[in-house]
Ligand binder design. Structure first.
Ligand code: CA
Length: 232
């Protein structure tokens, strides 16, 4: 990342949304490079070297999922996709194609900042390779494979730990059902969503004060799960 304020590449054809994003990002002191189609967005990716990309899935010149895939081929940059309510399926496909998180339009600037901060932290975290994750009362020691709530160790099975490990790597960001199932159980189980319901249910009983109203292990309806991180 640059020493200067993070540079966000904004690929969005709707000028009104672009204006809103620009104002809202500039208010935080973040810098913006903007493109109104996929072609100029991909060109700016090379010339401007942004820290993060905000990608609208409904662009005039290229399919949003193809753009998400292309961005992932070209770089390891965090990508936040913007989707309309009518594009639920596209949003999931874009996440599976390598995008890191999404916002559904319309969204507020508070939500936008929380998502971007989680994204930029993901980058900082992979550089620091931090081995302990903490949020609220929850502490996960990745190196020693131990989990604590308010300082007390909680017994976790190996599969539960693998699920937690993936969520920690993406702390504050959504992880799709497909990603979780593929990484924990393998490609042949990517449609077995009941595995996740069972194991996430068990984890919530172990880690949440009120499993019915989770504070750490959040459900993203129809998409996946998100581990809450401070500020997300
Ligand atoms: Ca659009």
């Amino acid at each position: 990342m640059n020493d200067a304020a993070p540079l966000i590449l904004l690929i969005e054809d709707d000028s009104q949304t672009r204006r809103f994003l620009k104002t809202s990002l500039a208010n935080r002191g973040w810098r913006i490079a903007e493109a109104d189609c996929a072609k100029s967005g991909l060109a700016l990716l090379k010339s401007e070297q942004p820290d993060c990309v905000i990608l609208d899935l409904g662009l005039p010149d290229m399919d949003g999922i193809a753009v998400a895939r292309r961005l992932r081929q070209l770089s390891d940059l965090p990508v936040l996709v913007l989707s309309a309510r009518s594009q639920e399926q596209n949003k999931i496909m874009a996440l599976d194609a390598g995008a890191d998180d999404y916002l559904t339009k319309p969204f507020g600037s508070g939500e936008l900042h929380a998502r971007l901060q989680a994204l930029l932290r993901r980058v900082a975290r992979s550089i620091a390779a931090s081995e302990t994750f903490e949020t609220g009362q929850l502490k996960i020691d990745l190196a020693r494979r131990k989990v604590f709530i308010a300082g007390n160790e909680v017994r976790i099975t190996p599969i539960e730990f693998r699920l937690l490990g993936i969520l920690v790597r993406h702390a504050g960001l959504v992880v799709t059902h497909r990603q979780l199932l593929g990484e924990v159980w393998g490609a042949e189980h990517i449609h077995d969503q009941h595995y996740l319901r069972i194991y996430m249910g068990q984890l919530r009983h172990k880690l949440e004060v009120n499993p019915a109203r989770p504070r750490y292990l959040l459900t993203e309806v129809g998409v996946g799960y998100r581990l809450a991180a401070d500020g997300s």
